[in-house]
Design a protein around this ligand. Structure first.
Ligand code: HEC
Length: 152
């Protein structure tokens, strides 16, 4: 009887401490995910301003920022690798990410490819071509957000 009770208490303690650890790890990984995407957002800001002709088009800055976005997007599948559905988090990441991770990974890859293409176009193309490539990348961001990110 007593032995069983002790075993149960030990089991509860072990489970609780593992859960606490998972919660902490999940919070950390969420921080990283949001940081990665925030950097993407930071870089797209001036690009959007140039596309809308609110600020002058600067080919060099545009090209540089597209390259940074491609670089950051490469980290997305890795950063979302750990399944954090069980944790209580401040996040816009939807559970469906881990139900359909292959699609999530593909969309990240597509957006990255569009950013690479945009970088190349900005390096050599006309402004109208850059606008078109920017739109394509934007659609790739939206394709993922529509399915995998909670709406504001
Ligand atoms: C493969 C899916 C995917 C792609 C592609 C993607 N995003 Fe996201 N994005 C997300 C998810 C999921 C979140 C929510 C993250 C969270 O709250 O934990 C997010 C959040 C964000 C945020 C908010 C970050 C914050 O402060 O929490 C910004 C800004 C953002 N994305 C911009 C972009 C832009 C710009 C692109 C395209 C260049 C892009 N994203 C492409 C999935 C994606």
């Amino acid at each position: 009887m007593i032995r069983r009770a002790v075993a149960m208490i030990v089991a509860v303690l072990v489970t609780t401490s593992t859960m606490a650890m998972d919660q902490e790890k999940a919070e950390k990984v969420t921080e990283v995910r949001r940081a990665v995407l925030e950097v993407v957002g930071w870089n797209i800001g001036p690009m959007a301003g140039m596309i809308k002709e609110r600020i002058p088009y600067d080919r060099e800055i545009f090209r540089r920022n597209a390259g940074r976005i491609a670089f950051m997007l490469e980290m997305v599948p890795e950063a979302f690798g750990p399944d954090t559905r069980e944790a209580v988090l401040e996040t816009e990441a939807l559970d469906v990410i881990w139900e359909e991770f292959d699609e999530f990974r593909d969309l990240a890859g597509e957006a990255r490819d569009k950013a690479v293409a945009l970088e190349a176009t900005a390096g050599s193309g006309e402004f109208a071509q850059v606008q078109a490539a920017f739109l394509e990348m934007g659609q790739a961001c939206k394709a993922c957000h529509d399915k995998f990110r909670e709406e504001d």
